[in-house]
Design a protein around this ligand. Structure first.
Ligand code: G4P
Length: 509
């Protein structure tokens, strides 16, 4: 079955230009009203300092979590991967719901830590990557240096698809290899306003012509299969701010990025033309009002055609729920506004019945696999101010971990729960929500552990391991065994000594 949907995310390190590129993509895709929201969100993010502001920001980001636009018959679903301080497990999980990603890197800075982390998550699921080297209107590194860094750091083949004609003060445009045209800066702002010159004699300075010739010999040609397998990344140069390379991004996603992928399930791969509506929840977001526990579950559609009012059965619940007021993310086309199909995202309001990782389907015959939890990077012990509130705390931690705000671990020895997150902001959110919603006052203390690994192995192997390492063992929310490690070294050491166990940095539900 062919599909005109392209569901993708943008990954980058803060400040590389993700917001700017998003805005420009939406502008070109005609979703201008949304572009303002992206900006508003940026402003809110910078101004945010307390819980109310976090909530406001979340309220806005419900609408900008999924941005849909349409161009030349292709429907683009751009999923926001929260970055910056609000970098969290949500960011990782969103990447499980996309079919491809654009990796934005700053021409002057190259691959930065957060880019690399997000890239690793993409690699886990072989999500293909298109690279956008941004800010060529400013001084940057040599083009070769950037290309080689991407190739080496990420162990990918790189294929330059365009080449900047100078950078910074001597920036004269971007040469697109496919069309053999040069996009030129114009006016005082030196923006790209649509002027493209054909490549004629002397249009490219001699030193750059030489570089290009070397590049064409030194790097592989674009190969669609290698890209779609996640082995090769096409690299485009541009300036989101000045509009260079933006049209090329849309074109590349439409042309090369994969349509919605079939998804693995317990009963085999579910193809797009599977005869019922199926999808999985990749994110749950609390609503604006912290006093009302209603939430929005974001479901990625895998098959079928969803219509308003349809009944779907969540795998975790077993009985159908009517989806009366779904949030569909509007493209300009009315038809799309009323229905959703494979690759699209639906927001489903609920009161906590839907969990991250749940499958929804019409007949409750499908259960998707492969939606992972990610090992936390920050672990803290939760200390109650009022020790009589243990029960409330446990309920709160269970709820919040279901929602994906935190992960919770209950150590085999000792009464204090340990919470794990991948981003600092999650801890702030935890403390504010414990107080506001559960009336539980708590403080977070350093934990002796640095990271956690899910353990798998035979019962006998797990028992033997427990005999020697009980003080490093905990159970997660589902009661599964977790090794709490003091360091990455500790993980390696135990792995070596216990080859019959696997120490996993992700857990599939
Ligand atoms: P992010 O979402 O990845 O964090 O990056 P964002 O788009 O917010 O961009 C970070 C900064 O880089 C912004 O400047 C933005 O204007 C600038 N920028 C983005 N793309 C380009 C580009 O192609 N060329 C140049 N020269 N600059 C670019 P700022 O001053 O920090 O933010 P603002 O106050 O302008 O919003």
């Amino acid at each position: 079955m062919s599909s005109n949907r392209r569901t993708f995310a943008i990954i980058s390190h803060p400040d590389a230009g993700k917001t700017t590129l998003t805005e420009k993509l939406l502008l070109q895709g005609g979703a201008i009203h949304l572009a303002g929201e992206v900006k508003a969100r940026g402003a809110a993010r910078r101004a945010r300092s307390d819980w109310m502001k976090i909530e406001q920001q979340r309220g806005i980001s419900v609408t900008s979590s999924v941005m849909t636009f349409q161009k030349d018959g292709v429907v683009f679903n751009l999923l926001d991967t929260p970055g910056h301080e609000d970098f969290s497990e949500d960011t990782y999980r969103t990447l499980t719901a996309v079919d491809s990603a654009i990796m934005v890197i700053d021409a002057a800075k190259g691959i930065e830590p957060q880019t690399r982390k997000l890239f690793e998550v993409c690699r886990l699921r072989s999500v293909p990557i298109i690279t956008f080297v941004n800010k060529v209107d400013r001084e940057g590194r040599a083009v070769f240096e950037t290309l080689d860094e991407v190739a080496d750091a990420l162990a990918l083949d790189v294929c330059p698809m365009s080449w900047p004609i100078g950078m910074g003060g001597i920036f004269e445009g971007v040469l697109d290899f496919a069309t053999q045209t040069i996009a030129r800066p114009e006016g005082d702002s030196r923006e790209f306003l649509g002027k493209r010159d054909p490549v004629t004699d002397g249009a490219i300075p001699a030193d750059i012509a030489e570089e290009i010739e070397l590049a064409q010999m030194g790097y592989p040609e674009f190969d669609l299969t290698a890209y779609r397998n996640g082995d090769l990344t096409p690299v485009y140069f541009g300036s989101a701010l000045k509009n260079f390379g933006v049209a090329e991004m849309i074109d590349a996603i439409a042309r090369y990025a994969p349509p919605p992928r079939p998804q693995p399930s317990e009963s085999g791969t579910i193809e797009l033309d599977h005869p019922e509506v199926t999808g999985f929840v990749f994110k749950v977001q609390a609503n604006m009002d912290p006093m009302h526990r209603d939430r929005i579950a974001f479901m990625r559609m895998v098959s079928g055609t969803f219509k308003r009012g349809m009944k779907l059965t969540p795998s975790g619940l077993g009985k159908p729920i009517a989806v009366h007021s779904p949030i569909l993310f509007f493209a300009q086309d009315r038809e799309i506004a009323d229905t959703a199909e494979a690759g699209d995202i639906i927001g489903i309001p609920n009161h906590g019945t839907l969990r991250v990782g749940d499958t929804l389907s019409e007949k409750n015959t499908v259960r998707f696999t492969g939606l992972p939890n990610f090992a936390p990077e920050i672990l803290r012990r939760v200390q109650l101010k009022d020790p009589t509130k243990t029960k409330q705390l446990r309920k709160a931690l269970d709820d919040l971990s279901e929602e994906g705000v935190i992960q919770v671990f209950y150590p085999e020895i000792g009464a204090q729960s340990i919470v794990g997150v991948v981003g600092q902001l999650q801890l702030d959110v935890l403390i504010s929500r414990l107080e506001a919603e559960y009336k539980v006052e708590a403080v977070l203390e350093p934990s002796p552990f640095d990271t956690a690994r899910w353990l798998k192995g035979s019962d006998a192997a797990l028992r033997t391991f427990a005999d020697f390492n009980l003080s490093n063992l905990a159970k997660d929310r589902d009661g599964d065994p977790v090794f709490m490690a003091r360091s990455a070294w500790d993980v390696g050491y135990q792995q070596e000594r216990n080859p019959e166990l696997t120490f996993s940095a992700t857990k599939e539900r």
